[in-house]
Design a protein around this ligand. Structure first.
Ligand code: SF4
Ligand code: SF4
Length: 114
């Protein structure tokens, strides 16, 4: 996997996120963040479906602190959040590949470090 993290990113498929917060815990343990800081946050949003029923969606998004687990990816490992996401709704890879996948679905987000 990539040595130049500027060309890599995280693809998050919101449709399959269960809101378990494991990605936050994995990030905190990997990066040893102080309380209240994290490289990823899982937010909740209530959406209204076409049949007027409410739908609770979970939106994990990396923060400005995320550096894509550069220490892990240089060794060929997956970022901690990707490794531990039980729903397997996050992928790490070159930006061009996730961008192609995004064009197939609406509920996807692509993120790369600032
Ligand atoms: S670990 Fe995966 S399923 Fe759980 S909140 Fe994070 S992105 Fe969603
Ligand atoms: S890639 Fe690493 S630093 Fe970024 S959110 Fe995931 S675990 Fe945290």
């Amino acid at each position: 996997m990539g040595n130049d993290n500027k060309q890599y990113g995280l693809l998050i498929d919101y449709e399959y996120c269960t809101g378990c917060h494991t990605c936050e815990i994995a990030c905190s343990q990997e990066c040893d963040w102080p309380a209240g800081m994290c490289g990823i946050k899982v937010m909740e949003a209530v959406e209204t479906l076409p049949n007027d029923k409410a739908y609770l969606a979970y939106l994990p998004f990396p923060t400005e602190l995320c550096r894509l687990c550069a220490g892990r990816t240089k060794k060929g490992l997956q970022p901690a959040c990707v490794q531990h996401c039980m729903a397997a709704c996050m992928k790490y890879g070159p930006i061009e590949e996730p961008a192609k996948e995004m064009s197939k679905k609406l509920r996807m987000g692509l993120w790369r470090p600032y």
